[in-house]
Design a protein. Structure first.
Ligand code: MN
Length: 157
């Protein structure tokens, strides 16, 4: 839990950058399960069960393909992209809502020429994400729509 003092008002200094909120940049690593993703935690309080974060995926970037017991409630705020939820791929842009149910494979991809920024509400206490093993990946790829998404082929709509 954050022990930072409560600040009743936080200004947006720059587009999608909030004053005094740490910008966490995920770095690409060997397996590179994500690419070009930043996170800002906007609300986190010991007396609330939820946290609200703002994620931004740069153009052509993507989040980790993962699943976990906790759910996500997402509102897109910026740009456009696609999201995989289970076996479904949805094109998303500003103000679309996405719910990721428990134990459902999910991944966000920004469009090739636009970022994808979104609010994500989660339980403050949550389990660690699981990554797909080879069998899970094979099952996902059995669906051609999902296979195309995982291969990074973006379908503009
Ligand atoms: Mn997740």
């Amino acid at each position: 839990m954050s022990e930072r003092p409560v600040r009743p008002f936080v200004q947006q200094d720059d587009a999608f950058r909030w004053s005094g909120v740490e910008l966490r940049t995920y770095k690409e690593e060997g397996a590179a399960p994500y690419r070009d993703v930043t996170r800002q935690t906007l609300f986190s309080r010991a007396d609330m069960r939820g946290e609200l974060r703002y994620f931004e995926i740069a153009a052509a970037g993507h989040s980790t393909l993962e699943r976990h017991r906790h759910a996500h409630a997402v509102m897109v705020l910026r740009g456009r992209g696609e999201v995989l939820v289970g076996e479904q791929v949805h094109a998303v842009d500003a103000f679309d809502l996405v719910t990721i149910p428990p134990l459902t494979w999910h991944q966000f991809r920004a469009a090739p020429d636009a970022p994808l920024g979104f609010l994500c509400m989660v339980d403050a206490e949550r389990d660690r994400p699981q990554l797909p093993d080879a069998d899970a990946l094979a099952r996902l790829r059995a669906n051609p729509v999902v296979a195309a998404f995982l291969a990074g082929s973006y379908t503009p709509r």
